[in-house]
Design a protein around this ligand. Structure first.
Ligand code: ATP
Ligand code: MG
Length: 380
């Protein structure tokens, strides 16, 4: 149900998914005077602690979901694996933004890649289906085999760098729907967070340069240290994708930048993105506030960068030798710390992040690496 009218402060925002993205969304919405309700299968979730109300039930429980939706003016999602059918079931009960169709396209790698191909967005060559061997033959070696569903932080991926790796990939993914992508020997990775409002206004945050370690985002650097033409190309692609997919809300777009300066789309995430967390501390409007503005039909906020910045993810690994040394981090005058209130610091789990502001991006990165090393945990 789309009213075309703005959903003003005082109204209720429902969020499906209760992780850190929902938590920071709730914090931004609270500041603007909205009431936030979280729907999340697992109790005591990070977002619930920052919200007015938390409902714990499976996404497939349509009775609970319907009841939840009736109490909301607008509903969005912060988790990419909410079944699109569950969203479809509630679309007549509250304004749903983005449309479930956007999630449907982005949550499955085969559909996502096909969508990029069908709309002529530049991407790495790929094959898809359940015949892993045939897909590898089609794409060639080196390549990366990825499960079509439920991948995140590099889970469900295997690199096939030489012919000798093929057998292991065929065995690992036997019978599963996969996407096989050409391995991109990239110069760097960048990303954009784009917002689009119901009235089709679009704003793209400054492009971030991302460094992944073990397939998990480690550092986001802004401004990205790339040629202006590369940043402009990424920004333009993000804008065109948001328009073409008819986004209302916020979307993260990940890119590979090749050694010849080509910008290829890697993935779409129709929600706020880990590589946009720096906007909380170094931008006029954060990506979470922008999400609130976009889904509520308010004017989009300015995306002006206020200082060069580096964001560092804090993973459960930082607890390897006990509680991280927060005092050392908090003693720094150019650091802001964000923790998600999670109690179980498993290796690879995103527990929080911090940002470092400095005169330029290189300097911020230098500080960031130093502060990260002092935090404790396993050696990188
Ligand atoms: N085709 C490729 N060529 C080179 N590197 C790749 C390729 N695909 C993935 N990678 C590397 O693995 C990382 C994670 O891949 P991808 O973005 O597909 O994963 P994901 O599991 O969906 O993770 P997330 O959703 O957390 O970004 C990429 O950011 C990149 O560093
Ligand atoms: Mg990714």
């Amino acid at each position: 149900m789309s009213t075309g009218l703005a959903i003003h402060p005082g109204k209720t925002i429902g969020v499906l998914g209760g992780g850190q993205l929902g938590r920071m969304l709730a914090q931004a919405a609270n500041r603007l005077g909205y009431r936030v309700q979280i729907y999340e299968p697992q109790e005591d979730c990070p977002a619930g602690a920052a919200a007015y109300r938390e409902v714990n039930a499976p996404y497939e429980d349509l009775a609970a979901l319907t009841d939840f939706a009736r109490g909301c003016d607008v509903i969005t999602f912060e988790f990419e694996n909410v079944p699109a059918a569950s969203l479809q079931a509630i679309e007549s009960l509250a304004v749903l933004r983005p449309h479930w169709n956007v999630l449907w396209t982005a949550q499955n790698r085969s559909r996502e890649k096909r969508w990029l191909r069908d709309h002529q967005f530049p991407h790495a060559k790929f094959a898809e289906g359940t015949d892993v061997a045939a897909g590898i033959r089609e794409v060639g070696v080196p390549c990366v085999v990825k499960t079509a569903d439920f991948g995140y932080d590099g889970k469900g991926q295997l690199k096939v760098m030489t012919e000798a790796d093929i057998a292991a990939a065929v065995q690992k993914f036997a019978g599963q729907p996969v996407v096989i992508e050409q391995f991109v020997d990239f110069a760097c990775e960048v990303s954009a967070v784009v917002a689009r409002s119901p009235s089709a206004a679009v704003r793209v945050f400054p492009i971030a340069e991302n460094i992944h370690t073990n397939h998990i985002l480690d550092f986001s650097i802004v401004p990205a240290r790339v040629a202006p033409a590369v940043a402009a190309a990424a920004e333009k692609l993000a804008r065109l994708i948001a328009e073409k997919i008819n986004l209302v809300g916020v979307m993260g777009v990940e890119f590979f930048v090749t050694k010849t300066g080509e910008v290829l789309v890697n993935e779409l995430a129709p929600r706020t993105h880990n590589s946009g967390h720096w906007t909380l501390d170094a931008c006029m409007t954060s990506q979470f506030e922008q999400q609130v503005r976009a889904i509520c039909g308010l004017p989009l906020g300015a995306v002006t960068l206020q200082s060069p910045v580096v964001m560092v993810n804090i993973l459960g690994d930082a607890w390897a030798q006990g509680e991280p040394n927060w005092d050392a981090l908090l003693a720094q005058p150019n650091v802001r710390l964000h923790l998600y209130g999670k109690t179980d610091p498993r290796p690879g789990r995103k527990m929080g992040h911090f940002t470092v502001l400095a005169r330029d991006a290189d300097m911020a990165l230098e500080f960031a690496r130093k502060y990260k090393a002092r935090l404790g945990g396993a050696a990188p």
